[in-house]
Unconditional design. Structure first.
Length: 255
């Protein structure tokens, strides 16, 4: 009986110790901040109403304006991931959008889908840099929505262009984001071609997938827990590909 009591006390102490260690570890909230540009046509931010029609045979990449907003909102809801939205066509970046009242991260991940070259309000992109590097919120940026020096710097990429390509997307080695998805993650059978983002990866950037000679999925570690990830591809149809949806889900829950 005494042996049992000693074992019980030991297990209890171990559990308490583990709980205290976890309590002292600052995990960011399981919540995403979706940053949009001009995709949401409803000025009141109430209704997502996209006129979906069949893509014309002459160009399978044609999609109505704002379809990426609808896709992202549906995916986040179906995955059960809490999220808020910031519209840069109506708001300017402010560090308080990313933090709690006691100046701690309010999100685990920033999902960047805003095109800096769209018609937006005046923005101070150093706010995004602070949110990632100073406050430790991971960043996942999409497609060609990275055309700004701050975004390129955080991701460790140099943006070069956005052109049509018939190259499929394939994985490079083993990584959590692409595991069990190899080798082809962008399948162009029945499509023929898509827009491809041309970027150059800098030092310290891991390329997990490529499309021809250019990176397609990349990761730059800001710190042990904070990552800046980029998922390339055709901005309007990239998530027609099931494996790209899987990569996005893994990326925004990897913090």
């Amino acid at each position: 009986m005494q042996t049992f009591q000693k074992i019980f006390v030991l297990i209890t102490l171990l559990l308490l110790s583990a709980g205290m260690a976890l309590a002292g570890d600052n995990f960011n909230p399981h919540r995403v901040l979706l940053v949009l540009g001009d995709q949401w046509e409803d000025e009141s931010s109430f209704l997502i109403d996209i006129n979906i029609s069949e893509a014309p045979e002459y160009d399978h990449t044609v999609r109505p304006h704002g379809v990426d907003l609808m896709q992202l909102a549906v995916m986040l809801k179906s995955w059960g991931i809490p999220f808020d939205i910031v519209r840069l066509d109506q708001e300017s970046l402010d560090i308080n959008q990313f933090l709690t009242p006691d100046n701690k991260p309010d999100y685990g991940c920033i999902l960047w889908a805003a095109d800096p070259e769209a018609e937006l309000m005046r923005q101070d992109y150093s706010v995004l840099k602070d949110a990632v590097e100073k406050y430790g919120i991971s960043l996942v940026a999409l497609s060609n929505r990275i055309r700004h020096p701050v975004l390129e710097g955080l991701l460790g990429l140099r943006y070069k262009g956005y052109y049509m390509s018939s190259d499929e997307g394939t994985t490079n080695g083993d990584h959590y984001l692409t595991r069990d998805l190899a080798p082809v993650i962008v399948d162009l059978k029945g499509i023929g071609y898509v827009h491809r983002v041309q970027v150059e990866a800098g030092e310290g950037v891991r390329v997990m997938a490529s499309q021809g000679e250019y990176p397609l999925v990349t990761e730059r570690r800001i710190s042990e827990r904070v990552r800046a990830m980029w998922i390339g591809g055709d901005a309007l149809i990239m998530f027609d590909q099931p494996k790209m949806r899987t990569i996005l889900r893994r990326a925004i829950t990897a913090w």
